[in-house]
Every structure is written in C-alpha cells, then in structure tokens.
Design a protein around this ligand. Sequence first.
Ligand code: SAH
Ligand code: SF4
Ligand code: F3S
Length: 449
Amino acid sequence: MKNGSVYIETYGCQMNFADTEIVLGVLKKQGYTVAQNPEDADIILLNTCSIRDNAEQRIYGRLGNLKNLKTKKPELVLGILGCMAERLRKDLIEEKKIVDVVVGPDEYRRLPEYIDIAFNGDKGIGVKLSRTETYDDIEPHREDGLSAWISVMRGCDKFCTFCVVPFTRGRERSRSLNSIVKEIEDLSARGFKEVTLLGQNVNSYQDEENDFSDLLAAAAKVDPSMRIRFTTSHPQDLSEKLLYTIAEQQNICNYIHLPVQSGSNRILELMNRTYTIEHYLNLIEKAKRIIPGVSFSTDIIAGFPTETWEDHLATLDVMRQVRYDGAYMFKYSPREGTKAYKMGDDVPEDVKTKRLQEIIDLQQQISYEINQGLIGKEEIVLVEGFSRKSNEFLSGRTDTNKVTIIPAQENIKPGDYIRIKINKATSATLFGEYLSHIVFEKSSVVLSA
Ligand code: SAH
Ligand code: SF4
Ligand code: F3S
C-alpha cells in the first residue's frame, strides 16, 4: 500500500516533537512514506505552537513561503496540526485559503481520513478534544539515535491565567505505566541512552495506584545505562516522594525544571499559579537537601499585566536566591480567550523589553558563575557526537544537562559515558579533558509492574 509522501515541520515544545513522531507513526501505518524535504512531498504538515503571539506569526510567515510551492503544484495538501489548529480551528482555513487540513492534538488518529477529504478537494477539519486519548497503542516513528521523548500524559488542568495550553490540549490524562515501560525497554534494545518523560505537569501523572514517582522509578529500572529526564514539574504538585526517588536512582538525572514565572506573590496569584514564593523556595531548599548536586532551570515571564518595578525586583531576587543553572525567559504575550487577556496588557513594550533584558543578563551572570565553580571538578558525560563547530571535538551533556566539549579521540564514541575533568567554562558550555570510561552493568531485572 502506498499513499503518498509526507513532509512535517515541528514548532513549539518537546511535546509537539513527540506528537510529530506519533503522527508519522499513524501515517506510516496507512502506507504513507516520509519525505525529507517539502519539494518532494505530496502532503506538507506544520505541527504548530500557540504559546506566544510570535510563535503563531512564525507559522503565518512559513505559510507565506509555502504558497509558491502550492501554486506550482495545486494538488499539494497543506495541513496545520497542533495547538494553532486547535486554537483557531476553521478560522485558519477561512483566513488562509492555502490550508486544506486543520487537525488538533487529540485527532491525529483520524488524520488519514482528513487528508483523504483534502485529496478529494474538500477541507479536512478535526479539532475535537478528548478526555481519554493518549495514543497509548500507537508506535511512534523514531529515527535511530541516543535520545528519545515520551509523552506520559497529555493536557493540562492548571489554567494559569496567561496560558493557552489548557484550551489547545484539553484535560489531563495519563498513559499507562506498563506501556511506557515497554516503550523504554524497546528504546533500550535499540541503543537509546536517554529518555525524557514529558507532560505539561508530569507531577499529576496517575495510572491507577501509580503516581509519577512510581513511573520514574519503573522507568529508571529498565536499563541503568539509560538516563531518565522529565519535564515539566509544577511547583505545587512536586512531592517529597519524587525528590527521594530522584536521589535513590543513579540514572534519574539530578536536574529539575521548575518554572517559577514570577517572584512576586501578588503576580503569582494573578497568574493562578497556586503557590507562594515561600512555598517555592522551601521546595528548592528541600530538593537541594535531599538530592546533593541537584540543578534547576526555570521559566520566567516579564511584564505580566500590572507588574510593577517592585514585582520585577522580586523576580530578580528569587533568581539570586535559587541560582538557576538555566532559564527560559519570555515577554508576556496576551492570548485571546485566557483570563489574563481580560486584565489588559498594561506594561509598555519598552518596559517589558528592559525587564526581560535584566532577567537575561542576571541569569547569564549566574550561569557563568556556577559553571566557573565547576572548573577542576569531575563530571560524567554522555557523549552525543562531534561538536557543532569542529570534528576535532566531541560534544555531550552532564547529568545536570550542561553541554560539554572535549577533544575527540579514537576510543570515544557517541553513546559512551565518560568521566571528564572540567578545565574551562562559559555561561553555556563546559570544556573538559577525558579521564576514563564508565560502564554500567545491564540489569537483568525485567520489569513489568
Ligand atoms: N507546563 C509548563 C510550561 C508550558 S509553556 C509549566 O507549567 O511551566 C512554557 C512556558 O511558556 C511557560 O512556563 C511560561 O513561562 C511561558 N508562557 C506561557 N504562556 C505565555 C504567555 N502568554 N506569554 C509569555 N510566556 C508564556
Ligand atoms: Fe500552561 Fe500553567 Fe498548564 Fe503550564 S501548568 S501548561 S503554564 S496552564
Ligand atoms: Fe506550544 Fe502547544 Fe507546546 S502551545 S508550547 S506546542 S503545548
């Protein structure tokens, strides 16, 4: 069965990248092949993001480029998937005539039907959200590699007032623990060395009596030579049990992405983040105590409605107290349909820009200082391949997710764990020298909890 070839581009968060693999899994099963570039494809799909206005503008720009291709080849099917499809629905097609298919995150199973509708000259629209869809049984299409993503839950019930995700991804639901463990076993057999468990709020994972800590522990036991990462943790739901689980299992990375968003309790409340900064800092302290050497990253929004200079200073203050290893920092972007949208967007653009720049500068200084402090220390690095700049160097990452560069040598291959000594550091990169290889015993325990 041959059905045509598909080219897909992915934007947005890691969950969208994981979804793209599910989409390709669904389409391959129907006989579609994967095209390596848009010119060769019968179907072009953009898996899109709505989180901030600039994410959507990028897609409109890309649609502008693709117009030429469609003019040359009118039978080409052009589809929008993901969060923008869900948010804008048929408006997308009404506004952008070149779009033939609009399919949201919970309707990928039926994508082949919507594509058929488009092949027959109509518009294929599927944007129903589901309370149960987890694509548990779909085998994702994954190229061979070292690192894989697995969505362990979908949706979000938090309704932070600035955020579109609860509207574009629907209600929270979890995949079964057994199917996730099975997938990790398969990845281990294929030589993967790192798995990142994904969800908008992984701490609310629940499969019967198993919570997220149970899932992490089960994932870690599959293969001790496989690193387990996870994202994102919501500060309200991160449990002590989870911290102990991370501390106990050597292959669960000592790295927690814990978005704070703002350092001001007044703003946190307006954001409906449901925690106070005291709770947050207490959690950080607990994590530092329970997991020696733990590192943190965060997300910060500058210029949320009504944010004052004092609120902004409170954010800088929290950054100084926690000393994050890294941060994703954004200007507030009003999103229609959210609660914050109704609060107005009263922080002027130039003030947002200035605050964001101060946040970025401070984070860079902190990252630099933390990394300087690592000089002379030893780290274990999972080697990923040649560095981007030169084949004379190899690149890998530490347990704490820091990119590390070492001189290449014959006996070091991608997928190896090596002990290195750090001798130089910038705010973004560590440089080190090779000391020795680390070998993990493959566990003989076969897990099916
Ligand atoms: N579920 C995750 C994050 C999802 S979105 C969490 O709870 O943290 C990733 C980040 O984008 C958010 O943490 C937030 O910092 C940012 N973000 C979301 N909506 C935004 C908006 N309207 N404007 C600016 N940044 C936003
Ligand atoms: Fe958005 Fe908040 Fe859910 Fe994260 S927890 S996806 S920021 S609503
Ligand atoms: Fe974007 Fe949707 Fe992810 S809005 S950040 S692609 S969940």
